[in-house]
Design a protein around this ligand. Structure first.
Ligand SMILES: Nc1nc2c(ncn2[C@@H]2O[C@H](COP(=O)(O)OP(=O)(O)OP(=O)(O)O)[C@@H](O)[C@H]2O)c(=O)[nH]1
Ligand SMILES: [Mg+2]
Length: 387
């Protein structure tokens, strides 16, 4: 990887920016590598130790600067990483946001989608990790979700390089969502009051008002630069007045109302499909969970287990090892060696013969314990792995 240090965004002011945003560990960097070439720029986000990777790409005939951002769970920042991602969207113009989502975790993803939609930015929702979601029988009705949110929805499997072309096409078509949702009356009233005191920005005033109401302290510097002191006091007063109306902190109240909206959407788009498996395993599944056939099957399993551990292990194998391996070969061999090497009868009796340590104790220890424990553990392993 070719790396050199440069401040983000200064590459070329005229190249439209695409920001990759998403929850932690959903495949943002994998998608980033698939979209950009070999030449990327790694730099610290100004004033932080957080690393940001940017790269150029051409989609159709257009050139874009793509930014890979740190994973976030919310755009109401609680950590430096989250602040950086929020600032990437706040501080500069973004042509389009690609939200990379883990399809298995649709609710967590939608919680973030709502905040991006609120920001008034053009968003493409990329449902990544479709391989994993399908293998768990999770399917998202993309058309329905697209209709609800009014944005481009695509699905990808980054590790298999699948869906990247449709993602690129969707980026060219990306648009600001037409979806709007509201909070309770008190919150809505305070949002509009605060909005009227805010300047134009790269993200909507509504989203900034919600950050302020959520008690976002990381916005302080930005606000001091952009808003007059008198208006800042008024904004704080409005937030304090609203928070007095609730038993819980405002960020909790706002999050709860968002979660409710996320639940409603998820319910409409989330479907569970039967996981396709081989015929034999599906049949086995049917038999073992069948209310009537299940019991005979249980007894069959227990019987096979008894035959294997009890009859074969404790019977056949024990006899074989005791009588043949030890009785015919090892014990006579040990007796011959001992009587040849140690002429003292007392010591000979101690070691070999019917009560000798070697012939009796070791024979029993190995011949009896070994086959039983071995067959038992084999049976145990088979049962555990088969579930
Ligand atoms: N099965 C599967 N794994 C994927 C897919 N996309 C990415 N991964 C894997 O998921 C892991 C995380 O991928 P990254 O691209 O590092 O995720 P990220 O969103 O950049 O993570 P952070 O930057 O830490 O938030 C890696 O092991 C990827 O190989 C996918 O579509 N399917
Ligand atoms: Mg990453």
């Amino acid at each position: 990887m070719h790396q050199h240090h440069k401040k983000t965004g200064t590459t070329d002011k005229n190249t439209p920016r695409i920001a990759l945003v998403g929850n932690p560990n959903v495949g943002k960097s994998s998608i980033f590598s698939l979209l950009t070439g070999r030449y990327v720029t790694v730099s610290n986000y100004p004033g932080t130790t957080v690393e940001i990777v940017t790269g150029n790409t051409a989609i159709g005939k257009k050139r874009f600067l793509i930014i890979d951002s740190p994973g976030v769970n919310s755009l109401m920042p609680m950590s430096e990483d989250e602040k950086v991602t929020r600032d990437i969207l706040l501080e500069e113009e973004t042509a389009s946001v690609i939200q990379v989502a883990d399809t298995k975790n649709i609710k967590r993803s939608l919680f973030l989608t709502l905040q991006l939609v609120e920001m008034g930015l053009p968003v493409v929702l990329d449902l990544n990790m479709r391989d994993e979601s399908l293998s768990r029988g999770i399917k998202i009705e993309e058309d329905v979700l697209g209709d609800i949110l009014g944005i481009e929805i695509v699905s990808t499997i980054a590790v298999q390089k699948k869906g990247i072309d449709s993602l690129k096409k969707a980026v060219l078509r990306s648009n600001v969502s037409s979806y709007s949702f509201s909070y309770d009356m008190n919150i809505e009233e305070h949002i509009s009051r605060i909005e009227s005191l805010l300047p134009e920005a790269h993200i909507s005033k509504r989203s900034i008002a919600l950050m302020i109401l959520s008690g976002d302290k990381t916005l302080k510097d930005w606000l001091h630069k952009k808003v007059k002191g008198k208006d800042l006091d008024r904004i704080e007063e409005l937030r304090d007045r609203l928070s007095e109306k609730y038993a819980h902190p405002l960020n909790y109240v706002i999050s709860q109302q968002r979660f409710k909206i996320v639940d409603d959407i998820a319910q409409r788009v989330f479907t569970k499909i039967p996981v396709r498996r081989s015929g034999a395993s599906a049949l086995l599944d049917k038999i073992t969970t069948h209310p009537v056939l299940g019991f005979p099957f249980l007894f069959l399993v227990l019987f096979v287990l008894y035959e294997f551990v009890g009859v074969f292990g404790a019977g056949t194998l024990v006899d074989l090892i005791e009588d043949v391996v030890f009785g015919k070969y090892l014990n006579p061999l040990a007796t011959n060696i001992i009587t040849a090497v140690l002429p003292v009868k007392f010591i000979q009796d101690l070691l070999v013969g019917p009560y000798g340590i070697i012939t009796m104790a070791i024979t029993y220890a190995i011949a009896i314990i070994l086959p039983i424990t071995a067959t038992f553990f084999i049976a145990f392993a088979v049962m555990e792995d088969s579930g």
